[in-house]
Write a protein that binds this ligand. Structure first.
Ligand SMILES: Nc1nc2c(c(=O)[nH]1)N[C@H]1C(S)=C(S)[C@@H](COP(=O)(O)O)O[C@H]1N2
Ligand SMILES: [Mo]
Length: 361
């Protein structure tokens, strides 16, 4: 479905929500389009490139409307290789602590990397003449309607104006040198590197500069970390901690949890991703439950906007083996150890130490 590989883990057919198996992400920095995860809150819109319009309104000198050719012809094009990570990535690890009802149990694959191409959001906003205020946010709106909001409402969210004006935030219509596929937001989406995937609004049709964050359900209510004892059904807009920057995280992609492997040298592979604009400084791997750690080999650093893949060859002895990993960022921060400490009612941001239990024969 939607041109994705046959071995996707499909959480929902409609709207389509699916992730690749971890090992499918381990081989390359840039994820193939047929492997890239899909996270959809509503029915997927069908908008042709000719029909598509983008309106820019709010705290601007000139409210404007753009066609796709306007963007292509009037602005310099730019590319960014960026990792998207859903805030629900690794939620399955929370279910082992306490079950989370009504949310998809994403495993390791609600994260993927692509080469995106389009124009800078800042160039488009500059053309319209932005009135800067200290609390300004830039809101993105889309036509897909999400029924998890009461009443149902079109998808939307916002980012601070300061982030919106940074060079890495793009309005894109190309993914891995192909026209942006419909399931990934084609004809045009925004890509906000360093922020949770939810802020990279697909099928974007409206941009509004305002002096406060978006009133959309996905900004005020969803994607907030509630206290563990809160009832998510009675949560009111504004409750909890709103998410913006992606959290420091790492994962073991290969071997997968539960895999059977042969005794001897075993290559363990994974990725690490730092928060907004930070870098990965180190990844440690333990095969003795965290008593001792060995540093993994990190691939070359390319930019703060994409993950860094890592690998380590360990000596796998026959029996049951648990591999654990943890990443440190360039500020010296390290991932929290356990999912139990991080558990929250919607199951967002499980960035605890990942582990894979394998059987060695
Ligand atoms: N319009 C719209 N944009 C959206 C969404 C959506 O449901 N509708 N999902 C968001 C979420 S939660 C994530 S994690 C990313 C997923 O992007 P992808 O499906 O291209 O992987 O898109 C974001 N943008
Ligand atoms: Mo997401």
């Amino acid at each position: 479905m939607w041109g994705k590989r046959d071995d996707m883990i499909v959480h929902e057919q409609s709207p389509y929500n699916a992730e690749p198996v971890g090992s499918a992400l381990a081989n390359a920095d840039v994820t193939a389009i047929d492997t890239f995860y899909c996270r959809n809150h509503g029915e997927i819109p069908d908008i042709s490139s000719e029909q598509w319009r983008l309106s820019v309104t709010g705290l601007v000198a000139d409210e404007r409307e753009f066609t796709l050719s306007d963007l292509e012809d009037r602005f310099e094009s730019h590319g960014v290789v960026a990792t998207l990570q859903c805030a629900g990535n690794r939620r399955a690890g929370f279910n082992a602590v306490r079950n989370i009802v009504g949310e998809d149990p994403w495993e390791s694959g609600a994260t993927s990397t692509a080469e995106w191409k389009g124009v800078r959001l800042s160039d488009v906003l500059d053309t319209c003449g932005v009135h800067t205020t200290e609390s300004a946010h830039v809101e993105f709106t889309a036509p897909d309607v999400a029924s998890e909001a009461t009443p149902p409402q079109p998808y939307g969210s916002s980012i601070p104006l300061s982030k919106a004006m940074s060079n890495e935030v793009l309005l894109v219509w190309e993914m891995n040198s192909e026209p942006l596929p419909r399931v990934h937001g084609g004809p045009v989406r925004v890509v906000v590197p360093g922020y949770i995937g939810a802020r990279s609004v697909k099928w974007i049709t409206g941009i509004s500069v305002q002096d406060h964050p978006s009133d959309n359900y996905f900004q005020t209510t969803a994607y907030h970390i509630l206290p563990a004892d809160a009832d998510p059904h009675t949560a009111r807009p504004g409750d909890g901690i709103p998410l913006s920057s992606v959290a420091l995280n790492c994962d073991i992609l290969d071997p997968g949890d539960g895999a059977a492997v042969s005794a001897g040298p075993l290559a363990v592979r994974g990725y690490a991703l730092a928060g907004d604009g930070r870098g990965i400084a180190r990844v440690d791997v333990s095969i003795d439950g965290g008593h001792t750690w060995t540093q993994a080999e990190l691939d070359a650093e390319q930019s703060p906007w994409l993950w860094r893949r890592w690998s380590l060859v360990i000596d796998a002895k026959p029996g049951s083996l648990t591999i654990t990993a943890r990443a440190w960022d360039t500020t010296g921060a390290m991932q929290p150890e356990s999912a139990a400490q991080l558990w929250n009612p919607h199951g967002y941001v499980n960035n605890s130490w990942p582990s894979a239990k394998v059987v060695v024969t």
